[in-house]
Ligand binder design. Structure first.
Ligand SMILES: Cc1cc2nc3c(=O)[nH]c(=O)nc-3n(C[C@H](O)[C@H](O)[C@H](O)COP(=O)(O)OP(=O)(O)OC[C@H]3O[C@@H](n4cnc5c(N)ncnc54)[C@H](O)[C@@H]3O)c2cc1C
Length: 406
């Protein structure tokens, strides 16, 4: 009887996406542009991304351009000249790599820095232009059931909904992942991550606004880069400490606590921390790579299946790639389990490699050899040698989600 009721509701031509973050919206737009009907169910009463930055390398901007968002992202994104490494204590600076025109020359697309809200808004506008009624707010999915024909989603409020295929893009604490594969066991990494924005007028004079900078030190690192067409500097500070374990986009700390985490670090770091508008903090948890993402007519994408530490700056980029490959697979193989299996086969190994690469970078950035300036020079020169940097990043930046064989 229940099966019959679901069969009546299933829209055979529809894909439903649970979660309207960067990953869910990018997948929705990719599906719409493949001519596939899509409905997005988002738990929040309004759609917005909290203030912080996100770096999108060429493999991600390639996807954004293919989604028709070039003009929108060029208005708000920042193309930096390159990336630099700086030493936590003395501020000594090493060039990491050139970006700007070099990224376009080498990979075909720019490396861009965004305010997350700006990137999210560009995706949202892209969807609303094509399908104004695709997004359903206040729809927290609490359960799913599936049979041979379709999937039914139950929500905290309102009527259930059904679709032929369901995609869980519901982030790091994914309900759909738990429904498919059981509860996960995230491990606290011992690293707390501070996030905040600084208005351009308050950026200390020693801090460059035309590059992305990565300060490295024993037990911690700091990343900053310009966002919102250069009006803001995004500051991320990561420090090893054991007393805060909350994984949240909205938890706040104090400037004093933030300063205390970075005591002894360079005065530019302290000046930036003092200029942060609201200091958010997030305890970084690690989840081991997943052996499967799909069950029947339901699959996962983005942080729901491959959340990673932010040290490679690839979490959102991987979600963009996922959405594009998934939409292409559904177009090619139809709204059927086979399409989801193909998607998983094409994507899982690459995403899992990024999960491990991020964890490796955590050790590299926080290495005890960085404690003293003399040892640091040798360590940085060795670890950031051109061929080593190439091995760490080239496989990421050259990937083409729009053309990879499926
Ligand atoms: C400090 C930090 C810095 C980072 N920097 C970068 C970077 O520079 N570059 C990069 O590529 N990545 C970066 N990342 C990673 C990136 O932020 C994530 O990988 C990305 O946001 C994942 O997108 P998502 O859509 O999968 O998940 P989310 O952004 O978490 O979106 C999930 C959505 O699902 C909704 N949702 C959740 N549960 C339900 C439910 N039950 N029903 C309905 N809706 C639901 C949520 O409200 C949310 O809107 C960083 C991460 C951190 C923590």
């Amino acid at each position: 009887m229940a099966d019959k009721r679901m069969a009546n509701r299933v829209r055979q031509d529809r894909v439903a996406i649970v979660g309207g973050g960067i990953g869910g919206l990018a997948a929705a737009l990719a599906l719409i542009r493949q001519g596939i009907d899509v409905a997005v169910y988002e738990q929040a009463p309004e759609l917005k991304e909290l203030g912080a930055g996100v770096q999108i390398s060429s493999n991600g901007t390639r996807v954004l351009y293919a989604l028709g968002l070039g003009p929108a992202i060029e208005k708000v994104g920042v193309i930096v000249a390159g990336k630099e490494i700086r030493l936590w204590s003395t501020g000594q600076t090493w060039k990491l790599f050139d970006l700007g025109a070099v990224s376009v020359e080498r990979y075909g697309f720019p490396y861009m820095m965004f305010h997350r809200g700006d990137l999210h808004a560009a995706l949202l506008d892209g969807i609303r232009r094509e399908r104004p009624d695709a997004i359903h707010l206040n729809r927290k999915c609490v359960d799913i059931t599936q049979n041979a024909d379709g999937v039914e989603m139950t929500f905290e409020r309102g009527e259930p909904a059904a679709a032929s295929i369901v995609i869980g893009a519901d982030g790091v604490q994914s309900r759909l992942r738990a429904a498919l594969f059981g509860a996960d066991r995230p491990e606290f990494t011992g690293i707390v991550c501070w996030r905040g924005l600084i208005p351009r007028a308050k950026v200390p004079p020693g801090v460059k606004m035309d590059v992305g900078t990565n300060w490295v030190g024993p037990g911690g690192h700091v990343v900053h880069y310009p966002v919102r067409a250069g009006q803001l500097l995004n500051l991320v500070g990561l420090m090893e400490r054991d007393d805060w374990r909350v994984e949240s986009w909205t938890a706040q700390g104090t400037i004093d606590e933030y300063l205390n985490d970075f005591r002894g670090w360079h005065p530019d770091i302290h000046a930036m921390i003092r200029a942060v508008e609201v200091p958010f903090k997030w305890a970084l948890h690690a989840r081991p790579p997943m052996p499967a993402w799909t069950r029947g007519r339901v699959t996962l994408l983005g942080d729901a299946c491959h959340s990673m530490l932010p040290m490679l700056a690839q979490g959102a980029v991987m979600a963009l790639e996922d959405g594009t490959v998934l939409a292409r697979c559904i177009k090619k193989y139809g709204l059927a389990p086979e399409a989801l299996q193909r998607y998983e086969t094409v994507r899982r190994e690459r995403a899992n490699r990024a999960v491990s690469g991020s964890a490796d970078n955590a050790k590299r950035f926080h290495n005890p050899d960085l404690a003293h300036a003399a040892g640091a020079e040798a360590y940085v020169t060795r670890e950031w040698q051109e061929d080593k940097v190439k091995a760490r990043y080239e496989w990421l930046f050259t990937y083409d989600a729009t053309g990879v064989p499926i």
